[in-house]
Design a protein around this ligand. Structure first.
Ligand code: KIV
Ligand code: ZN
Length: 527
């Protein structure tokens, strides 16, 4: 089928911005870079890399992505203030293709209750923001926040102002996930009537999933003329999340003959991108999740299995290989050398050299001793696990957990502090994991509380690598951490210490208070 340029849908990925706003997600600069490189391989058109004004860490990550990731447009988010826009520009300016995305709410409830201002002021702010952004770059996106709940005539006036000042993309978000497909499509139809200039720019859909309608609403937006869709890998994002990237891309591909729309996404990278985002964010993918859930291509009922064996299309509308599943041709064993490992990693898209290669090789050997075959999935898990080990985080040096059915489990641990010092702790608990995590709290002097604990296997088989995700709370901060090892206790310890390190990185105040309390306790004379 010939592809008409007019029918190309731009994929605007906001995993690192709206997705990163999900509770408990705190990605380091290196992790964000890793995801951004993978999004580049996936072939998205735009990466919204962050919201630079919000923290120095966010600024640095956006800047690093802008400097390193080639191909997609790199976008930074900004409210309408000049300070926000300056920060966004300074973070993205080194990209080959920088975009500033500025937004202000246009619904009365947001204007009156949140911004505590007037419609006139909103118009003035939108005008000034787009003009200021255009002073820096030709690529400026404007969003009327809470668009789907805004009075369409007023929103049209604001959009016209943004266009007059030179905005090149207009994105109309369903910020609170309230709209329905017919309503969202009707809103765009009315906007095209009220603002004919919209036909000269790219119009974009951005939908949240509070009522489970994000992908359906995005599709309705595309039907009404949008040619950019904003989405996040695995559907992560504020509250119930954003429209899931993989669902949109595969919907457009699988129903191409009906919809007549297409994207430049390389669908073969979908499975891997989903695994990476899940692993680094600590948000597991539900087993029955469309496209990337582990059951998405599994057939349980005998009648289905029989049908698929005879003819795959009896029960399958997509081929698993299209999204990069079942491509695990790489298999290494315990005799494989450094060269074979480097080649395999290269094939997987990891450029690992020097000290990083030595660490990856040592880790590979350790695992290959316990596991007969090390597959692509294992390598991916090990490399992401190693990349996540920051020198400023706590490290698990040694542990011992005694468990039996007749007495309370006891755990003893030795932890490496960020400065290199070794500390020890021991504790009993209701179960081995409880004892282990309490011993880690005792060693580090923190009172973190476990909120969620998940364990899964990276591949099938009894010798599979175990992957653990932990969500904990420390002084009101939620943070996740992941760990991978053949021993699930070791994976659990790694995950717990990473979550603890992430909670502290997110809350430097908590870290400073903690050190002060410890110093005070040490200097208080005992009676
Ligand atoms: O949901 C929303 O309104 C947003 C805007 C910043 C585009 O994320
Ligand atoms: Zn949003």
């Amino acid at each position: 089928m010939a592809k008409d340029k007019q029918d190309r849908v731009r994929i605007f990925d906001t995993t690192l911005r709206d997705g990163e706003q999900s509770p408990g997600i705190s990605l380091s600069r290196g992790e964000k870079l890793e995801i951004a490189h993978q999004l580049g391989r996936l072939g998205v058109d735009v990466i919204e890399a962050g919201f630079p004004i919000t923290s120095p860490g966010d600024f640095d990550s956006v800047q690093a992505i802008a400097r390193e990731v080639e191909g997609p447009v790199i976008c930074g988010l900004a409210r309408t203030s000049a300070l926000d826009i300056d920060a966004a520009w300074n973070a993205i300016r080194d990209s080959e293709r920088p975009r500033i995305h500025t937004f202000i709410a246009t619904s009365d409830i947001h204007i009156e209750r949140k911004l505590r201002t007037t419609r006139e002021d909103v118009k003035g702010q939108a005008r000034a923001a787009v003009a200021h952004a255009r002073g820096y770059t030709d690529d400026v996106e404007f969003s009327p926040e809470d668009g789907s709940r805004s009075e369409v005539e007023f929103m049209a006036e604001v959009i016209q102002i943004a266009l007059d000042e030179g905005a090149t993309t207009i994105n109309v978000p369903d910020t609170v996930g309230y709209t329905m497909p017919d309503e969202y499509a009707a809103m765009f139809a009315r906007l095209y009537e009220l603002v004919p200039d919209l036909r000269e720019v790219v119009v974009s859909a951005h939908c949240h999933n509070d009522l489970g309608m994000a992908v359906a609403n995005s599709l309705a937006g595309l039907g009404a003329g949008c040619r950019q869709v904003e989405c996040a890998v695995n559907g992560i994002g504020e509250r119930a999340g954003n429209a899931a990237l993989e669902e949109i891309v595969m919907l457009l591909r699988t129903r191409a003959s009906t919809l007549g729309l297409w994207t430049d996404a390389n669908t073969q990278e979908i499975a891997r991108t989903s695994r990476l985002v899940s692993r680094l964010t600590g948000y597991p993918v539900q087993p029955n999740k469309a496209i990337v859930g582990r059951n998405a291509f599994a057939h349980e009922a005998g009648i289905h299995q029989d049908g698929v064996l005879k003819e795959r299309t009896t029960y399958e509308i997509m081929d698993a290989t299209t999204i990069g599943l079942e491509q695990n041709s790489i298999v290494l064993g315990k005799h494989s050398g450094r060269h074979a490992l480097r080649k395999a990693l290269e094939e997987l898209g990891f450029e690992v050299e020097g000290a990083a290669l030595n660490t990856a090789f040592a880790r590979f050997k350790e695992i290959a001793d316990k596991k007969k075959k090390v597959t692509a999935l294992d390598l991916e898990a090990i490399v992401s696990d190693e990349m996540r080990q920051s020198p400023t985080a706590y490290g698990l040096e040694w542990f011992e957990v005694e468990a039996s059915s007749s007495r309370s489990p006891l755990a003893r641990v030795k932890v490496r502090l960020p400065g290199g010092e070794l500390v020890e702790g021991s504790f009993t608990g209701d179960g081995p994991i409880d004892a282990f995590f309490s011993a880690l709290n005792a060693a580090t002097g923190h009172e973190a509380r476990l909120k969620e604990y998940h364990v899964s296997a990276v591949t099938a088989g009894r010798d599979a690598l175990g992957e653990v995700t932990v969500l904990l709370e420390l002084r009101g901060f939620l943070a996740t951490g992941q760990g991978v090892a053949t021993d699930i206790l070791e994976a659990s310890g790694r995950a717990y210490l990473r979550a603890l390190s992430n909670a502290l990185a997110d809350s430097p105040v908590a870290e400073a208070e903690h050190h002060l309390e410890r110093a005070e306790a040490a200097s208080t004379p005992t009676p």
